[in-house]
Design a protein around this ligand. Structure first.
Ligand SMILES: Cc1cc2nc3c(=O)[nH]c(=O)nc-3n(C[C@H](O)[C@H](O)[C@H](O)COP(=O)(O)OP(=O)(O)OC[C@H]3O[C@@H](n4cnc5c(N)ncnc54)[C@H](O)[C@@H]3O)c2cc1C
Length: 430
């Protein structure tokens, strides 16, 4: 029998981009209440810059028009206004006769955009869009350790501090090492665990003034990728052009990773891993004072992101190698779709239909992006089985046309698909 106790209460696990975005979208639905449970004692983003592409921009306004407006006030759309439609200039980054040779400069078709933002600035924007600046809807210091089935199809979230809460729905946004994911696939399943991609990344921020002095204004202010054998470096400006975000990727010799997934690194390690690279790459590394080292993971493809009334979102659902810069963008797409679906629910009996519709719309899109992102990492490390280090072939595969589907994505169309599926599903669940 349909249970109609309202409001529907939602527990959101994790207060990262993936947790805050659906919360922002849910606040417009009066039949819904929610609480965000975050393990840390405050909001915090680790890492430096974030690149967003058109699909991510398109997801923001439907979540909340204020979100996109506030985002625009902190985002940088590129070094110079006339290069707003410019994606990345790809060049050879290694020492040797081809050093500095342009492989391809990718131009974005008119109407589409790419942006960058400091993670902390974006986090402030998200928190500023929460009701009451988050004060009344977030509980800090709540580390989820387990999810259990409760009465009346409710779920019970158990926290490390010994407390627990009941919820009608749980949205698991607890990232790469998601505990929520264990409820969906089981703690023994390989599907619960992310896979090491074999690549590591050194992340750092350099003051723009210093970068300009070292490598010149044009090179520093506009987006660059330096490609080579088994590695690449990506640089882009952020914080309104005052900082340069620098990430150096290397392929390791192992397919397994035993240590922490990120840790502080030493500049000497970074230099050692980029021995044999060209002048520009080395100059940038010499300016890095405190790099962080990240192991790069992704999730195995799965056919569902939910079990009953628990739905995974963002990295908890589909951790993706960052080579197309899509992880946070996909979390925003997810948030638009899931908050719209949950907003349609008028009783708790419709919640499973919403989860099924979410899967229907989001599994194919995110699975495709995950696979393409791995492939892109291989391509720019000259490891693509067809292109290798043949610069013409690499250029052909990098070219814009091949990634049109990724950026020029009909985010609203995807949401509409989900809502149609929901109407169909809720008929059969009533
Ligand atoms: C090197 C690198 C570069 C990247 N660049 C880009 C880019 O340019 N563009 C882009 O779109 N994406 C990028 N990404 C991906 C992006 O960072 C992630 O996809 C995004 O941050 C995921 O957000 P999330 O909220 O799902 O997960 P997370 O950011 O991991 O947030 C999870 C939150 O849950 C909390 N939490 C964890 N466990 C628990 C628990 N048990 N209980 C309660 N709370 C918990 C955490 O403290 C955290 O606040 C990059 C990733 C990497 C590694």
């Amino acid at each position: 029998m349909a249970s109609s106790s309202l409001p529907i209460h939602i527990a959101i696990i994790g207060g990262g981009i993936g947790g805050l975005s659906p919360a922002i979208g849910l606040q417009k639905h009066p039949q819904i209440s929610f609480t965000i449970y975050e393990s840390h004692s405050s909001f915090s983003e680790i890492g430096a810059g974030l690149g967003f592409t058109t699909n991510a921009h398109r997801a923001m306004s439907p979540i909340s028009p204020a979100l996109y407006e506030k985002f625009k006030s902190v985002a940088l759309f590129n070094g110079t206004e006339e290069k707003r439609g410019f994606a990345f200039r790809h060049q050879v980054g290694e020492e040797g006769p081809d050093e500095g040779k342009e492989i391809i400069e990718v131009q974005i078709p008119p109407g589409l955009e790419q942006s960058s933002v400091h993670r902390n600035d974006f986090l402030d924007v998200l928190v500023g869009c929460l009701p009451d600046g988050g004060r009344s809807c977030v509980e800090f210091g709540k580390r989820l350790v387990e999810i259990r089935d409760g009465e009346d199809e409710k779920l019970i979230c158990m926290f490390a501090d010994g407390t627990s809460v009941d919820a009608d729905v749980v949205v698991g946004c607890d990232g790469l090492k998601s505990v929520s994911r264990l409820y969906v696939f089981g703690s023994e399943s390989e599907l619960s665990r992310p896979r090491f991609t074999g690549k590591i990344a050194y992340r750092a921020i350099i003051p723009m003034e210093r970068a300009i002095k070292a490598i010149g204004e044009k090179q520093a202010r506009n987006r660059q990728m330096y490609l080579g054998h088994h590695g690449f470096m990506i640089t882009y400006a952020m914080a309104k052009g005052t900082l340069l975000n620098v990430i150096g990727f290397r392929t390791t010799e192992s397919n397994t990773w035993d240590g922490e997934w990120f840790r502080p690194a030493k500049q000497e390690e970074y230099e050692r891993d980029f021995k044999g690279w060209g002048k520009t790459v080395k100059s940038l590394i010499s300016l890095v004072e405190q790099p962080d080292l990240w192991a790069i993971f992704d999730h195995p493809p799965v056919s569902t992101y939910h079990k009953g009334r628990l739905c995974l979102l963002g990295d908890a659902a589909h951790t993706t190698a960052p080579h197309f810069g899509q992880g946070a963008g996909m979390a925003l797409e997810d948030a638009h779709v899931l908050s719209s679906l949950l907003g349609r629910c008028t009783s708790t009996s419709e919640l499973t239909a919403a989860s099924r519709a979410f899967d229907y719309a989001r599994v194919p899109r995110t699975t495709r992006v995950m696979a393409a992102s791995r492939g892109q990492g291989n391509l720019v490390c000259f490891e693509d089985p067809d292109a290798g280090s043949d610069l013409e072939k690499v250029a052909e595969l990098i070219n814009w046309d091949r990634r049109m589907w990724l950026w020029d994505y009909d985010v609203d169309g995807n949401c509409k698909q989900a809502l149609e599926k929901f109407e169909e599903e809720r008929g059969s669940f009533r």
